[in-house]
Design a protein around this ligand. Structure first.
Ligand code: CTP
Length: 402
């Protein structure tokens, strides 16, 4: 199952560190996955073993540890997360963040990351009220860091006031908000095609391509997470069926088209499948024999274009039809031509030349081409592409509603 969010949780010193165990437990119930960085202060309150047991992952502690750095450098820890959450965030760690200090694994990771960061402060009421802490918090907010809490009430130090770590469910709600996992697409129907198609030559052979289905499956999962009622029409892949998504497994382009047409009407259609352009004109009923021949030619006939069919439907055109353009040269130019030719609303163009590793790989560099221009996205994991696309679709459709 694809996790709904991958959280890199930094636990710094403070009596509230024990609440982070609860945060992980409840977060996993919501489908999130957690990796933990434990600061030296944090480890005074809760053992690494507790975090390892509850997260099901190794706990990272040392910047200069051979094992931590060899197994998973701090850059990779952050790259493989959707969000970094610091809970509890001590006054000391907040100060380090505000001033760009990097003298341990937690602060170095925070300084080196390009992922969104959320902090949930917890400290003594006087420390929280101190002008230095307030200035640090204001600096962090201004840089786009999300701040959750602190709440007020009885503090562990015996005083009363502001400084309590927010409750785990409040932090989890904030995580879902920041990652756009609110149900922005509820009430809408989405259709996604994914994977290759197999076009039979005879009962044992077929024409196929190298599509893994990773991108299409991740898009279906991301749309479903935003609340869309999602149908994934998938060619043969090794990908697991995503959670919360209805899946129709097909083999050929003709079957894929039939499954898509049967799903109409929908609000959103995303054609991520690498549909075979051609199929053998006549698939043999029996295995073709060599019969001593040194060469053999295959008559091919064009397959239906699923994206164009959906985009040009007179009776049930989805409100937003999105295609991909797999190109090996002049990526944006070809995508612009495809947009016109197929009549869809957006094309996500990507370079699939051999050195990019896009086909079958885990990353993708997208150029979103539409009638209003070209948006260049940074290189992202296919999951991040899916989340960004789902969010973009929600913004577009909600904007159109307004
Ligand atoms: N597509 C489709 N049905 C087809 C062929 C392609 O739905 N029979 C969709 C793909 O899912 C993708 C888009 O069309 O969203 C573009 O696919 P691509 O392979 O890049 O383009 P082609 O139309 O096949 O054009 P060409 O091979 O000439 O680049």
């Amino acid at each position: 199952m694809i996790p709904s969010a991958r959280i890199l949780l930094i636990v710094s010193g403070g009596i509230a560190a024990y609440k982070s165990l609860e945060l992980i437990r409840r977060g996993r119930d919501r489908g999130m996955s957690f990796r933990v960085i434990l600061t030296r202060g944090g480890a005074e309150f809760v053992t690494p073993l507790s975090f390892a047991s509850i997260s099901g992952e190794k706990v990272y502690q040392e910047l200069f540890s051979l094992t931590d750095e060899a197994e998973m450098g701090h850059i990779r820890l952050s790259r493989e997360a959707d969000l970094i959450v610091v809970a509890p965030a001590s006054a000391d760690l907040l100060a380090k963040m505000a001033h760009g200090l990097a003298d341990d694994l937690a602060s170095t990771t925070l300084l080196a990351t390009d992922k969104p960061v959320m902090v949930a402060p917890a400290m003594n009421v006087m420390m929280w009220a101190n002008a230095a802490t307030q200035a640090n918090i204001a600096t962090l907010r201004a840089r786009g860091v999300d701040v959750v809490g602190p709440g007020s009430g009885d503090l562990a130090c015996g005083e009363e006031g502001s400084g309590r770590l927010s409750e785990p469910h409040d932090i989890l709600d904030a995580i879902e908000r920041v990652l756009g996992h609110e149900k922005l697409l509820s009430g809408l129907k989405a259709l996604v095609t994914s994977g290759p198609t197999h076009e039979p030559i005879d009962p044992v052979r077929y024409i196929a391509n190298r599509s893994s289905g990773k991108q299409g499956h991740a898009i279906a999962a991301a749309l479903a997470k935003l609340g869309a009622e999602t149908l994934l029409v998938s060619g043969p892949t090794r990908e697991a069926d995503p959670a919360g998504v209805a899946v129709r497994h097909v083999e050929t382009a003709a079957q894929m088209l039939a499954a898509c047409e049967a799903a109409l009407p929908v609000d959103i259609a995303v054609c991520a499948a690498a549909v075979a352009d051609w199929r053998p004109a006549r698939a043999g009923n029996q295995k073709l024999k060599k019969n001593g021949a040194n060469t053999k030619s295959l008559d091919l006939t064009a397959n239906p274009d699923i994206l164009a069919t959906l985009a040009q439907s007179k009776t049930a055109r989805p409100r937003l039809v999105i295609g991909f353009a797999a190109e090996t040269e002049q990526v944006v130019k070809h995508a612009e031509e495809k947009l016109k030719k197929k009549g869809c609303d957006w094309i996500l163009a990507n370079d699939v030349s051999e050195n990019t590793g896009t086909f079958g790989g885990d990353a993708n560099t997208i150029h979103l081409v539409s009638a209003s221009g070209v948006e260049d996205w940074p290189t992202l994991s296919k999951q991040d592409v899916a989340q960004r696309l789902a969010r973009r679709i929600a913004d577009h459709l909600r904007g159109a509603h307004a």
